[in-house]
Ligand binder design. Structure first.
Ligand code: AMP
Length: 190
């Protein structure tokens, strides 16, 4: 199986690039943010809980997120592999993912980390707010909170994969096509 953690701060282009990677490699795209948003739309209990954190730019608690992720993976028993987009976002999630994948006889192949500096991220999120309809894109305070949470809780997850020799940084600046080519190259080199 090819299991990729596509990593990067909010606005780095994870969703856009995931679409291209799943098409090329026949993988399942698993975006925890998308699953939460679908639950909000469907007015489920999970959606109501997730919304109370998402609207403020905070992380949904680990236990809730990990349980949801596990059941999403188990829903795709015949998958050739997964792109994990927006997960793991804490070291506890990374550890839970490792032991869960081990229990189903697979593992993470690589973490591809899109690197984009903060000024550019703010610009991109501002633009995305005009089309995404996402509450958490529209408010500068919420955006700042998401960037702060990323720096404090999520960025350390890089070290987790570095320690396993699975971390690869990818320049996330440039045209969408150029960035896709960089990602393809890294995957083809695995
Ligand atoms: P995203 O679509 O990845 O930008 O995620 C939007 C929001 O969903 C985040 O700001 C969090 O509130 C929540 N979220 C998504 N993925 C996770 C995760 N792995 N752990 C905790 N919260 C998450």
């Amino acid at each position: 199986m090819l299991n990729i953690v596509l990593f990067g701060p909010p606005g780095a282009g994870k969703g856009t690039q995931s679409e291209r990677l799943i098409e090329k490699y026949g993988l399942i795209h698993l975006s925890t943010g998308d699953v939460f948003r679908a639950n909000i739309k469907g007015e489920t209990e999970l959606g109501t809980l997730a919304k109370s954190y998402m609207d403020k730019g905070q992380l949904v608690p680990d236990e809730v997120t990990i349980n949801m992720l596990r059941s999403e993976v188990l829903n795709h028993k015949d998958a050739k592999g997964f792109i994990f987009d927006g997960f793991p976002r804490t070291n506890a999630q990374a550890e839970a993912l490792d032991s869960f994948l081990k229990s189903i006889d697979t593992k993470i192949s690589v973490m591809l980390a899109l690197e984009v500096e903060e000024v550019e991220l703010r610009e991109r999120l501002k633009k995305r707010a005009e089309v995404s309809g996402r509450v958490d894109d529209a408010n500068p305070e919420v955006i700042q909170n998401r960037i702060n949470v990323y720096n404090k809780e999520t960025a350390p997850v890089k070290t987790f994969y570095q320690n396993q020799g699975k971390f690869t940084a990818v320049n996330g600046i440039g045209s969408i096509d150029d960035i896709t080519q960089r990602l393809f190259q890294e995957i083809n080199n695995l």
